[in-house]
Design a protein around this ligand. Structure first.
Ligand code: HEM
Length: 449
């Protein structure tokens, strides 16, 4: 099904609904998913105003892929607005500096490390599953966020990342992401006002920086962990080690980028399993057959293809809302000429739910990721981990973590929704469940009951 453009020149004039001073910011922040889902009706490149700043939003998979892989598109407004939090970490840098930093970090995601990380993941997931009691409701969203932060923390810092540190980071990183998105989409003047949101953002930054400095300071740095990789890394061009500030910026970036994303994906996974008993049934059968009561390992993932398809489908249904870039030079995008410095973006959520690219996109259907069906999805239409120079370096880490945690929990528990508590997505860059109370039911018991 192809959307019919309502106007041919929305790319030049802007989509309807622009207000003086605010532009489309209010509508964008109020309607979020519905706003970006509608944009394809206005054409392949449409102009939305963030205050007075034009943002060119691409609405086709082909152009989204181009924005991801063509190096003329660099990180944009997020870099400016989030630098205070993430400094010179990967999410907030561009060009040659970014490339060199990325090369220094990459070894921490090699398979040798992933094997060790997988043990931490399974062990923390096992502790969590053991702490639950049959019939006693748990806040699955909070439990998954806590687990995700512990996983990144323990893999980054080994044993130095204790419960207190974990709780402090956990308290403040969501603020960085949630308020960071509002900042990025709001007129620049709002950032300088002494309003509560700005104070909360600044406090969260200071807290996270202090805690991370404390942990780096107390680490001996000679372990098989991510922090040791950072501390021993040398710049490929200059041979210099990373400065203390740089290490901190990477750690803050990795802690934030690696925990909120994985924690929300895990929450949605258990929500979808509960809504689709036939999917849960197949996943349980696979996990029981492959694991037969023992802990999952990285090597088991090969034998858990259905579980991995469930993960892929969760990442289709609940991806990032918006991705933003800025042109480093003049470029033609579709039929729109953009000068250097133009803001460009697209919505992975809109593309992942677009019927032009995904058959019955409203259905939760893990089998759409069977190889023969997945091959029909065009480039740019499924981009949970972005692409190009800035593609997520943690994608294998994240996919492995979600699958291992799902398998570990599902081997033991069926999570049943608490009645009368409707679950809806809250959009803050990521899609968070507004709540997720669920009751664990022992699967071994339900089998012999
Ligand atoms: C389900 C989990 C995850 C999802 C959906 C996800 C998604 C993404 C996406 C879409 C980007 C690109 C953002 C942009 O360019 O605007 C990104 C970048 C990044 N992610 Fe992830 N991510 C996940 C997990 C992780 C993990 C586990 C880590 C690290 C432990 C991580 C670290 C990073 C970093 C450092 C970047 C910046 C890369 C760069 O700009 O070069 N992510 N992620």
């Amino acid at each position: 099904m192809t959307a019919s453009p309502k106007t041919g020149d929305a790319g030049k004039r802007g989509v309807p609904g622009r207000l003086p001073v605010l532009g489309h910011t209010a509508a964008l922040l109020r309607q979020r998913l519905a706003f970006t889902a509608r944009l394809s009706e206005y054409g392949p490149v449409v102009r939305v105003y963030l205050g007075g700043l034009p943002l060119h939003v691409v609405t086709t998979a082909e152009l989204a892929d181009r924005v991801l892989v063509d190096e003329v598109f660099e990180k944009g407004i997020f870099v400016d607005k989030l630098r205070r939090a993430f400094g010179d970490g990967l999410v907030s840098t561009n060009g040659d500096f970014h490339r060199r930093q990325r090369r220094m970090i990459q070894p921490a995601f090699h398979r040798r490390f992933l094997v060790r990380y997988s043990e931490t993941m399974t062990s923390l997931a096992g502790e969590l599953a053991n702490s639950w009691r049959d019939g006693l409701p748990v806040h699955v969203d909070r439990a998954m966020q806590d687990l995700a932060i512990s996983v990144v923390g323990r893999t980054l810092f080994s044993t130095d990342f204790d419960a207190r540190i974990s709780a402090e980071v956990r308290e403040h990183t969501p603020t960085l992401i949630r308020l960071g998105v509002v900042r990025a989409l709001s007129p620049a003047v709002l950032e300088r006002l002494p309003i509560r949101a700005n104070r909360r953002f600044d406090e969260a930054v200071s807290h996270v920086h202090r805690v991370v400095d404390e942990v780096i300071g107390s680490s001996c740095g000679d372990r098989d962990d991510l922090l040791s990789v950072l501390l021993s890394a040398r710049d490929g061009d200059t041979g210099e080690p990373m400065g203390a500030h740089q290490v901190r910026d990477h750690v803050v970036t990795l802690l934030t980028a690696g925990s909120e994303t994985t924690g929300t994906a895990l929450s949605w996974l258990f929500h979808e399993l509960a809504r689709h008993p036939e999917v849960a049934e197949r996943l349980h059968a696979e996990v029981d057959r492959v694991l037969d009561g023992r802990p999952a390992t990285i090597d088991d993932l090969r034998s858990l293809p259905y579980t991995r398809r469930v993960v892929d489908e969760v990442l289709r249904v609940y991806p990032l809302w918006l991705m933003l870039r800025r042109t480093a030079g003049a470029v033609r995008l579709g039929d729109v000429e953009l000068p250097a410095g133009a803001e460009v973006g697209f919505s992975p959520h809109a593309l992942h739910h677009d019927p032009r690219y995904h058959d019955r996109p409203g259905e939760f259907d893990p089998d759409r990721w069977l190889p023969e069906r997945a091959a029909t999805v065009p480039k740019g239409a499924y981009v949970p981990f972005a692409g190009g120079l800035h593609h997520c370096p943690g994608h294998a880490f994240a996919q492995m973590e979600i699958a291992l945690v799902a398998a570990t929990v599902a081997a033991r528990w069926r999570l049943v929704p608490v009645p009368g508590k409707p679950v809806r997505p809250r959009v803050n860059g990521l899609l968070y469940p507004n709540r997720l109370p669920m009751t664990p039911r022992s699967r071994s018991r339900s089998r012999w009951r």
